[in-house]
Design a protein around this ligand. Sequence first.
Ligand code: BGC
Length: 747
Amino acid sequence: MTIDISQLTLEQKASLLSGRDFWSTKEIAEAGVASVVLTDGPHGIRRQAGDADHLGIHDSLPSTCFPPAVAIGSSWDRDLARTVGGAVGEEGVAFGVSVVLGPGVNIKRSPLCGRNFEYYSEDPHLSGVLGAAHVTGLQAAGPGASVKHFAVNNQETERMRVSADVDERTLREVYLPAFERVVIDAAPSTVMCSYNKINGVYASRDRWLLTDVLRGDWGFGGAVVSDWGAVSDRVDSVRAGMDLEMPGGDGSTDAQIVAAVREGRLDEALVDASVRRVLELTMLPHEATGQLDVEGHHAVARRAAAESIVLLKNDGVLPLPTGSRIAVVGAFATQPRYQGGGSSHINPTRVDVALDEIRALAHAQGSTVIAEPGFSLDADEDPAWGAAAVSAAGAADVAVVFAGLSDREESEGFDRTTLTLPDAQVGLIRAVAATGTPTVVVLSNGGVVSLEGWHDEVAGIVEAWLLGQAGGGAIADVLFGVVNPSGHLAETIPLRLEDNPSWLSFPGEQGHVRYSEGIFVGYRYYSTAGVAVRYPFGHGLSYTTFGTDGMEAVVTGDDTVTVTATVSNRGEVAGKHVVQVYVATTAGPVRRPLRELRAFEKVALEPGESRQVELRMDRRAFAYWDIEQGGWVVAAGEYTVQVCADASTVLAEQTVTLVGDSLVRELTMESTVGDWFGHPVVGPALMAGLASAMTPEQALQAEQNPDGLKMVESMPMQQFLVFTNGAIPVEVLEQLLELSKTPAPVV
Ligand code: BGC
């Protein structure tokens, strides 16, 4: 039913622009406006029936806890992200939730960000593709999504007021594209604006962000919702395009909107536009069906978890051999950490415990299991536990140590200060490995942890992230080879925290965090600067081996390139391979990273099977954000398309030449001599003119001193003329200025 907003009073309209309570919008029964529920999200439904909070303190109704984004990011599987989104959407319908808050597509700028478990990757392409797939799946099931936190919310420290100071090229190339892709490809019902400021302006009051970029550049047609409590000036935020303030308050901000309109400080048309967008949300399904597929969704959660595990290291110890004595040590084996703390905290329908699942699979394989806690998560350490664990490991054929981070070490609301595991755990890993029993470490963590100090001493490392409620079963599946691991790192594991490009400026000071590394985030920095890492972005092992042959890159249209390659499974077991395509170039006037991920595809292959894959990259894959043009530009030149095993390992490559964009680069008297000579149209004309005006002596001198121009290259033309007493006649300059208006390729 369409609601005629001319029938609503100004007070009624303003009332629709803030919530009724913590999780719902206001109803206007006489006008047929329904109240709808918006709730977290993203990896399950957090529907609170009693006391409400956004810190994960009070309980919510049981629902399936699917793997959080840190896991799905490592799956590199858009179909999986869509399936999980769909299952979350179905549960939203069961609970009568109209908008599920999420997914979060912020970039992991620093491995220390306490909320990295809720984000996909350090790479915008991977984040955007998976985020869009999640939204597509979720919305197909009925509810709307709320892609968050828009924008540049990359830390928890001072998240509610810090100013993220970022240059525009970096915003456009790194921090905004994941949102852009979700908006364009998946049309989410809502976008949630973040708490922080961007270059001094609160996101909730940033008209450039919420209207010019989001609606103007990307065509977003949905509503902008505030993060809970993110509105600092309601009238200003309406002007910016921030439609729905959450949570609900005492109505005072609605009154501020009414007063501002009455006093002529706020255009009523802006209020109407926001009201129309909020009314669209009331058209989403909001009757609770109560139908929850508990078993089916637990199975989805287990499959998703298994697909997301990353096998980092394997000296042949995995999969675990049949008929062996297995020592399982570490508290996480019995006390799973499977989700992060804070607003996304789900009350699971049930939880798989890794030790139980290991026992079940071991039994089926004729293996035996002995378990020891080794360390404690809640109480003071008992030294006897460590000794018992080491002795159990010493008597076993293989030891599996469950290590990781607890809710105390990472959560929404604060950032970590170190990458290292707690000392007791590092000590235990080393002591177990020192027994000489081949040792596998299984990690449970929402953000990257350092592997230094013990990496070389163990035979295998399984990065199990936070895997949702079925994670315990998924870990057992991978350890025993029931599932062949196929996850790949969505973020780099550095050797040292200090190597991370944001290290010097994270989390900022005196109210500002300066994104001083610019576009060189994560692997874009490590690979370009040649900084060694423990495991690069994209790394992930399998129990089989894959081949990549016959790679070809062909320009198939207006600066679009199609890549084909034949991938094959050369081993004995079925597996999934991720084809990672990066683009490397030095074309154009701006500094580019060594390579950037531009396309990927996960392919399932039976033993011995080969398959041709085709990936298409449009012009954006080759473009940079040009601050002079205020737009995306493809420079003319060579682009090397690389199929890689990870961000550091090229498997096959081919160079293509792109025509690029023809643009007007108008010269002024402030342009430097270098700009004039380097201009694609003016430069050659200038050279020709100079050559013809030279005496033979001057020509000889110029030939003998080819670097002569260097000294004056960065001198603006007007100064150059002063110093040279008008070396170029005014009428010639005028002609050349006119000539500079001719469109030409950017080089
Ligand atoms: C978080 C959001 C969340 C909201 C509602 C905020 O504090 O930043 O991600 O959706 O609370 O719980």
